[in-house]
Design a protein around this ligand. Structure first.
Ligand code: AMP
Ligand code: SF4
Length: 476
């Protein structure tokens, strides 16, 4: 009976990640280190690099930031012409190195390492089935399911096994696999998470975002397409389209918040420009007379510039961020998060005193940050505080790899904008409309996933998945 299946802890979905891979460079591990350094914003809890010389894998993993984990002495022990790496947000399963990717196995066909960005919605269902057949899991990571499916596949070649495995998983995957022969990079048929390919002289590079290429002076080649699988080996690059074609559902939240503004994602050179356009649109939709527009740094900066430009109001820096504190969002306890906002941001009274202030942030999740910020701005002497959010209310969790709390904790899931305004104690609060957000992003609105704003999940859940993802109540 599906009803007896365990509900996955919400921690499982805290899976923001970066993936990176290099093939054909004698300093593959060093390049991977640099790539992961540039991709630090996609995950700060743990990181791992696996390098390969065609016969053996060499591994380094650790908890914490890239700069703290890899020292020269460590990188010197990672020889080989290929490497893959991963930065992980999640602490699912505790501070256990077993959950830190790349996951590595040695099975009948040799060495295999996997780095995965995204979440699989049927991971637990597949895991239960695999365990019933005797599979022994090493970690609590849903990505390990892919490895077991490859190992258990009856297909006759390694590539066929990978395709067989990836055809069974549902959800978001941008993955890089490494074997003794080369790399395989693949993106799920909806293209939920970004993944792109670049070149550095004669070597190939794969990364979640192009800011990793820029640091290496590598050249951007192209986005790996939704549903595309690329084999990278001594023979060069070989592209496959093994999965049934699906409607694209790229994560619009990558544009709103997650990707670095200097990156190119989803084939468009437009993260920064999109964020500005979101702000301009917001000014059009909810202009308010004010003396200054200030961003919540750093995430709100481009949108605030757009709002100021579009609304004809002076842009100022009214909040200063301490860059040496991690993102408040990743603090595990509510009590620490409250504390974290104060540690992280401080107001500039000379900008705010006696002013009517518009504060722009990219998103409002629990409302805790906005509440603290409004209070801080008032304490600095502001006359009015108007909160503007450059995305619509987040009403439902992401099951595809962006860390959002449970529905219950999402303040907009059961509070009106007026109730939230009262909670954050602002004089006014306005969100960007769904249409306004979608028309500010490149391409057409129907190419994006917007489920956290609309509850319209692009991949239908089976009954067993609903139960396991804790969706039962909201879906029925
Ligand atoms: P909250 O206090 O929960 O409303 O958090 C809102 C803040 O969290 C905003 O400043 C956002 O930039 C930031 N934020 C939104 N989504 C995420 C995320 N997935 N991870 C980390 N921070 C986030
Ligand atoms: Fe992105 Fe939201 Fe869709 Fe998750 S639910 S993939 S955060 S748009």
């Amino acid at each position: 009976m599906t009803k007896e299946l365990p509900i996955i802890s919400p921690d499982k979905f805290h899976d923001e990640c970066a993936v990176f891979g290099v093939f054909g460079h004698e300093e593959a591990a060093n390049l991977t280190y640099l790539g992961l350094y540039a991709l630090q914003h996609r995950g700060q809890e743990a990181s791992g690099i696996v390098a390969g010389d065609g016969e053996q894998f060499f591994v380094q993993k650790g908890m914490g930031l890239v700069a703290d984990i890899y020292h020269k002495s460590v990188l010197d022990k990672l020889p080989g012409h290929m490497a893959i790496g991963h930065n992980r947000y999640s602490t699912a399963g505790g501070n256990d190195l077993k959950n830190v990717q790349p996951l590595i196995v040695n099975f009948a066909l040799g060495n295999l390492a996997l780095a995965h960005n995204g979440n699989l919605i049927n991971a637990q269902v597949l895991r239960n089935e695999l365990e019933a057949y005797g599979a022994i899991f090493q970690s609590t990571s849903d990505s390990e399911v892919i490895i077991h499916l490859i190992a258990h596949s009856k297909a006759d070649s390694f590539l066929a096994r990978v395709i067989d495995a990836l055809s069974q998983v549902r959800g978001a995957f941008s993955i890089v696999l490494m074997t003794d022969n080369g790399l395989i990079a693949a993106r799920d048929p909806h293209g939920l998470r970004p993944l792109c390919i670049g070149r550095l002289h004669s070597s190939w590079i794969v990364a979640s975002e192009t800011c990793a290429f820029d640091l290496l002076d590598a050249e951007y080649v192209r986005e790996i397409e939704p549903g595309e699988l690329i084999v990278i080996s001594d023979q060069g690059l070989d592209s496959h389209r093994p999965f049934p074609k699906m409607n694209p559902a790229m994560c619009v939240f990558e544009y709103v918040y997650f990707a670095r503004p200097d990156s190119r994602i989803f084939g468009a050179n437009a993260v920064y420009a999109t964020r500005k356009a979101l702000g301009r649109q917001l000014a059009q939709e909810s202009w308010v007379p004010a003396d200054v527009v200030i961003p919540v740094p750093d995430s709100g900066v481009p949108a605030a510039l757009g709002y100021a430009e579009g609304g004809g109001i002076r842009f100022e820096t009214g909040l200063i961020r301490n860059h040496y504190v991690g993102r408040t969002f990743i603090e595990p306890e509510q009590s620490i998060r409250h504390f974290g906002v104060k540690v992280k941001l401080n107001a500039v009274p000379e900008v705010l005193y006696g002013k009517r202030v518009v504060v722009v942030d990219d998103s409002l999740v629990r409302g805790t940050t906005s509440r603290k910020i409004v209070k801080m701005i008032r304490q600095a002497g502001a006359k009015e505080v108007h909160m503007r959010i450059s995305s619509p209310p987040i009403i439902s969790p992401c099951f595809y790899g962006i860390d959002t709390p449970t529905k219950k904790e999402l303040i907009a899931s059961d509070h009106s904008t007026e109730e939230i305004r009262k909670y954050i104690t602002a004089d006014s609060l306005a969100y960007l409309s769904l249409d306004g957000m979608l028309k500010s992003a490149p391409g057409t609105p129907d190419q994006y996933c917007n489920a956290c704003f609309t509850e319209r999940y692009p991949i239908p859940f089976t009954r067993a998945e609903e139960l396991q993802l804790g969706l039962f109540e909201s879906a029925h």
